[in-house]
Design a protein around this ligand. Structure first.
Ligand code: ZN
Length: 349
């Protein structure tokens, strides 16, 4: 943090360490055919219908909107986790290109699953492998162990090790994934992203960074992950609900504070800053914030802190409330068109 004026301060670009850019169009979607009454039903009635309806154009428009909204909140790098069973091949390129167009850095992964059979899993693995082998910046994605066979988990871990990248996987988010540590302990590595960890035991023995997503966990009523209990490093993600990392930091702080008055915002601030381990160049990006103090205690009790300008790799990509590389109206117009098409398809699924 640096003070750059009487009422402004500067920082590096923030990093969202777990996002689903395909969910940027989900707002306003038609209500599911029944009201979900459990985490499993939220997956089945909302997200697993939505991902079936995605095509490459919808994915691209959704990612452009999500990247634009990230920049608007000073977030210059997104670690994305994607699934689109009817549009697997090329999906990671569509997301990476959309982010690059807006000026946001991305680390892409395709969430492999056996929910669509052995062939679906094979195609997902191949999309990860192909994208990264072709020079794309990525990790090998896995939806979650509870939707994968042991063979698929081993293949994902093997491909990641061969490519020199980590695995990006949801872990113990809800009751269906309890006991996951027994299945992946022998595979996990320090460069893995273990997303959620809500129902992991304190001593789970997994290697990797735990990515905490407090807003999503509350929204899904899965419980509080209390990530301070783990010896692993911890980072912060949004799980697809935007990329306002300061807002997620505030929520992470107050979620801990809700049951322990001695919790300091410095812990959650450190989790936010750990995103720079995955995208180190973002720490060199430059965000000028409209706030006199950019530090944990001041920001924990601020609301709606906005960037005045954002510079990525030396280029100003956000200034005077607008993106500089893309036309915001065009991005939002195309996103709205894709959303209408997506919602029409959802009525059929
Ligand atoms: Zn997620």
């Amino acid at each position: 943090m640096t003070a750059v004026g009487e009422f402004t301060s500067a920082s590096g670009g923030l990093v969202c360490s777990h996002h689903h850019l395909y969910s940027a169009l989900a707002r306003g979607m038609p209500a599911p055919p029944a009201t979900p009454s459990s985490f499993r039903q939220i997956l089945e009635l909302v997200w697993w219908r939505l991902d079936m309806a995605l095509d490459l154009d919808i994915i691209r428009d959704s990612a452009r909107l999500g990247a634009l909204e990230a920049l608007a909140r000073g977030c210059t790098a997104i670690v994305d986790h994607h699934e689109s069973p009817n549009a697997i091949e090329g999906s990671l390129d569509a997301i990476a290109e959309a982010c690059a167009e807006v000026g946001v850095r991305s680390v892409c992964s395709y969430g492999v699953t056996d929910r669509h059979g052995v062939e679906g899993a094979r195609r997902g693995l191949e999309e990860n492998r192909r994208f990264i082998a072709d020079g794309g910046r990525g990790m090998v994605g896995v939806h979650a162990a509870f939707t994968c066979s042991d063979e698929t988990l081993e293949s994902a871990a093997g491909i990641a090790a061969d490519l020199g990248v980590g695995v990006h996987i949801h872990v113990a988010e809800g009751p269906d994934d309890v006991g996951v540590e027994e299945r992946i302990r022998h595979l996990s590595k320090p460069d893995w992203l273990l997303v959620h960890g809500v129902l992991l035991p304190d001593e789970h023995g997994l290697e990797g960074t735990i990515v905490h997503n407090p807003r999503s966990n509350m929204n899904n009523a899965v419980g509080y992950a209390n990530p301070s209990r783990f010896s692993n490093p911890v980072a912060l993600g949004t799980d697809g609900i935007g990329a306002d990392m300061l807002e997620e930091f505030r929520l992470a702080y107050v979620a801990g504070r809700a049951s322990d008055v001695e919790v300091s915002p410095e812990a959650a601030w450190g989790w936010m800053e750990n995103g720079w381990k995955f995208v180190p160049e973002s720490a060199e990006d430059k965000v000028i914030w409209a706030t006199p103090e950019f530090d944990p205690w001041y920001q924990a009790f601020s609301t709606g802190t906005s960037p005045l300008s954002v510079e990525v790799d030396g280029e100003v990509v956000w200034a005077d409330g607008s993106p500089t590389r893309v036309d915001e109206v065009e991005v939002r117009t195309k996103a709205a068109e894709s959303a209408r098409r997506l919602f029409a398809r959802l009525e059929e699924i």
